[in-house]
Design a protein. Sequence first.
Length: 250
Amino acid sequence: MPDLLSEALAFEGLIWIGLAAFVAGMVRGFAGFGTALVYLPVAAQFMPPVWAILTVAAMDIFGPLPNLPGTVRIAHKRDLMRLFIGTVIALPIGLLVIVSVNPDIIRYVISGIALGMLVVLIAGLRYRGTVTAPMVYGIGGGAGFLGGVAGLPGPPVILFYMASPHGPAVIRANTNVYLFGYDLLLIAVLAITAQLAALPFVLGLLLAVPAVLGNWLGGVIFDPARERLYRAVAYIIIAASAISGLPILT
């Protein structure tokens, strides 16, 4: 472990990755979203995409723990089961793609999804139809595939599951529990397929420090009266990160 820690501390680009984790945490703190959208395009410039996804999973896995018991009590268990079944099926497929495709293509995919999600957020687009039980399996599958291929399981859940008949508290609880479960599933699938490298996992644990500090700072500086301003800042940061991650620019 000491050797791994030394190797992690000497990792090339650690300062930039740590800064990205801090800014991602800060955006999450004052906007309520955006950790992976900010962090992944930057991290993928310095490490293989699958490592970048593993670091963000390790970085995020401890943050929700204090609130998890209360969140689980509120959550709709049957829908969570449907989401996770879809994810278990599709996540390995996404991971197979990410290790089989040229890393530069994956970087374009990550940046493209981040920019696409940004357009959706700015336009305020949401699925307006009825979300049925079978559709929840598909939402979980889409989230699992995107989580495996780009580390971004959130967009399908945000775009479609928000239209479910559950109230806002239940939807928020299900989303939070799902994203926590996705992190665990990602680590488990990587372990089962012998792709769970120790170095990126340790890097992720180290990066949890600036991410938590950024989250705390973002919460401190947030002013509800200026919510629109903070969202605009978050959008600008996400756009800058996504554009910086395009291989054509590096």
